[in-house]
Write a protein that binds this ligand. Structure first.
Ligand SMILES: Cc1ncc(COP(=O)(O)O)c(C=O)c1O
Length: 370
């Protein structure tokens, strides 16, 4: 699904040098490379505070902790996403209220969110799924009306840009109260291990996050709150400093692949190509098709794999179907769209190294299946 080796080879000299510098400095934790990376990412995202941490899951946990959410508080999350978004909320004793998503964008809608708001609701967690922003203007409007926090999970959408009705443009993760991301190797901006970050424009929240990531420590050995150990390694920061320079070109390469796929499948009635929301740019973390008309997905996966083409299903089951995330008072009918997406979506390889030859082979093979 990705070609990390091919991408590495193109920047090998730069990355190896940056990593070697960290090794020679022996400043492995919170060294200059980490500080340089937060500052570089702040400039890129045009936000005052980036707090690097150990992974995207921790980033979500830190965001929830920084906002002071307490046991029993409800947070609204999409049913159709990766588990990390809800896992940390449950760990903190919060109640995750899962809601259905839109059948075109695969993301939360203001209508579904509003139905789920109760007096205990404290936050909304939109996930910018597959590389496109959730409907942030409507979500911010709801948050304001009901006095709720907005935590954006931008793990899959770093670099995507949302345009408001008044023309203001903001990058994914910088729109709500706190944004989070992941630098897992296959992400659009991936490091060579685990990594993540929290973003916020609020100086008080930023200070809280900085304290939380380092054992709740204010000044050395003075503990202000219960924290966690979630620091980004300097070696990962060094890799990210190099790769951040190429992020826009990486995202453009992904978009070109998506455009090629769109074109190739435009006459294929059995496939729905990814919806593009005019309010958000798309950085195509995934290229996810919907199969129409009862196509046998398992047979299609087998067929593509037999041709040496990896395809994946993101996500095969809704979160509410798993015991830890069961929605006690909800009915199965409340998740109609998610249930249907889980049985009809399929993602094709998308990354920065796909050749025209590979694209031709993937698309002609898929079309031939029908
Ligand atoms: C939407 C979303 N949120 C959070 C995460 C968690 O990130 P990490 O794997 O860095 O903990 C991921 C990673 O796959 C993700 O896709």
């Amino acid at each position: 699904m990705v070609d990390l080796k091919g991408q590495y080879i193109k920047i090998q000299k730069e990355v190896d040098l940056a990593m070697r510098k960290v090794i020679q400095s022996t400043s492995f934790i919170n060294g200059p490379a980490v500080k340089e990376f937060s500052s570089n990412l702040e400039n890129y995202l045009e936000i005052a505070n980036v707090i690097p941490c150990a992974n995207g899951t921790d980033a979500l946990q830190i965001a929830l902790m920084a906002l002071g959410l307490e046991k029993g508080d409800e947070i609204i999350c999409p049913d159709f996403t990766f588990v990390a978004t809800v896992e940390v909320a449950e760990l903190l004793g919060l109640k995750t209220v899962l809601v259905d998503v839109d059948s075109d964008t695969f993301m939360l809608t203001a209508e579904e969110i509003e139905k789920a708001i109760t007096p205990k609701t404290k936050a909304i967690v939109p996930v910018h799924l597959f590389g496109q922003c959730a409907p942030m203007e409507a979500i911010l409007g709801l948050a304001k009306k009901h006095n709720l926090f907005v935590i954006e999970d931008a793990a899959q959408a770093i670099g995507a840009e949302y345009t408001f009705a008044n023309g203001t443009k903001l990058k994914a993760g910088t729109i709500g109260d706190i944004g989070t991301t992941s630098f897992f190797p296959s992400k659009n901006l991936g490091c060579f291990g685990d990594g993540g970050a929290v973003f916020t424009k609020d100086a008080t929240l930023a200070r809280k996050c900085k304290t939380l990531v380092n054992h709740g420590m204010g000044t050395e050995y003075s503990y202000e709150c219960v924290g966690i150990n979630s620091r980004l390694d300097s070696i990962q920061a060094a890799v990210l400093n190099v790769k951040l320079k190429y992020l826009d070109s990486y995202n453009t390469a992904r978009l070109e692949v998506a455009n090629y796929y769109d074109q190739a499948f435009s006459n294929c009635t059995q496939l729905s190509i990814p919806y593009r929301n005019e309010k958000s740019s798309h950085v195509f973390h995934q290229y996810t098709l919907k199969l129409e008309g009862g196509i046998n997905r398992d047979a299609l996966v087998q067929y593509m794999n037999d041709k040496g083409i990896p395809v994946k299903v993101y996500y095969p089951k809704p979160l509410h179907s798993f015991a830890p995330y069961k929605q006690v008072t909800a009915k199965e009918d409340d998740f109609k769209v998610t249930n249907s997406l889980c049985s009809s979506v399929i993602s094709l390889p998308i990354h920065t190294e796909l050749s025209q030859e590979a694209l031709k082979y993937i698309t002609s093979s898929l079309v031939a299946f029908f």
